[in-house]
Design a protein around this ligand. Structure first.
Ligand SMILES: Nc1ncnc2c1ncn2[C@@H]1O[C@H](COP(=O)(O)OP(=O)(O)OP(=O)(O)O)[C@@H](O)[C@H]1O
Length: 262
């Protein structure tokens, strides 16, 4: 296959002190796919992202990035001093000066073309997150990584943000790896969902994961309605019941299930 993975995580374990936060995690992100990581609080999602970004050291296993891979990262939050005057354009030009037309191009791609001269401190939550998205897009990433990028947005705001992410993927061809708590909202925008709880509990298309016993055990069964509510464009014609799931304590997973969202 020519579609060499952008990132390959192999048998990754991370330990903090004597606590195993991640155990035997395998994961790949292929070019152009949208992969969503879900999992309860403390299940190791940010740690896994940190290992992929290179800031968290594995205690076992490894992370392989395709040579020359450009990653754009959108953090969960960024706290700026509200008394510090800073326009969006200037924020995008930190730490390196970026030509004005590239700033405008990135803001347009992020869905907020008109905010370049506004102060960062007056942006709405959704605009602020899009400014962060625009900043991540400046490097024309092959892989966009978002860690709970919609924290603080309401559900319609989150849904709009994820639609924009899909648009960015369509326009630029980048792959997307995102962490989200907004399971119901985000799942319809994902090619593949990976449910993490220290290990990979289950993975597959959104439908497969939503139906998986491990997912339902972790998040309850009442998600289908909302999942359906935020579905858009994707024409899923069938449901599977054969999720790639594993019982609690299982530290490995099989191949991935793809293709239902094409
Ligand atoms: N630098 C660190 N030192 C020690 N323990 C840490 C460190 N970073 C994370 N942990 C612990 O590792 C576990 C996993 O944390 P992590 O932030 O990866 O989970 P998460 O799934 O992203 O959680 P959340 O959904 O709440 O953001 C938690 O118990 C956390 O306290």
């Amino acid at each position: 296959m020519t579609d060499r993975p952008l990132v390959k995580v192999s048998n990754l374990s991370v330990r903090y002190g004597d606590s195993d936060v991640l155990q035997g995690v395998d994961l790949q992100v292929a070019p152009n796919e949208i992969v969503t990581l879900v999992g309860p609080n403390g299940s190791g999602k940010s740690t896994l992202i940190g290992a992929i970004l290179g800031g968290v050291r594995p205690s076992e296993g490894r992370v392989t990035r395709r040579p020359g891979l450009r990653i754009g990262y959108v953090p969960q939050r960024l706290v700026l001093d509200p008394t510090l005057p800073m326009t969006v354009a200037r924020f995008l030009s930190l730490p390196r000066r970026v030509p004005r037309d590239r700033v405008h191009g990135a803001l347009e791609r992020a869905g907020v073309p008109g905010i370049a001269d506004r102060q960062m401190s007056v942006l709405s939550g959704g605009q602020f997150q899009r400014a962060l998205l625009a900043r991540a897009l400046l490097s024309t990433p092959d892989l966009l990584i978002l860690d709970e990028a919609t924290a603080g947005l309401d559900q319609p705001g989150s849904a709009a943000f994820y639609e924009r992410i899909e648009q960015v993927r369509a326009d630029t061809g980048c792959a997307v790896l995102m962490v989200s708590h907004d399971l119901h909202v985000v799942m319809s925008a994902s090619d593949r969902v990976i449910c993490l709880n220290g290990h990979v509990c289950c993975e597959g298309t959104p439908e497969v994961v939503a139906a998986a016993p491990d997912y339902r055990r972790l998040f309850g069964a009442g998600t289908r309605g909302t999942l359906a509510l935020y579905r858009h464009d994707h024409d899923h014609t069938h449901f599977h019941d054969d999720a790639h799931t594993h019982g609690p304590g299982c530290a490995h997973h099989h191949g991935t299930e793809r293709g239902a969202t094409e």
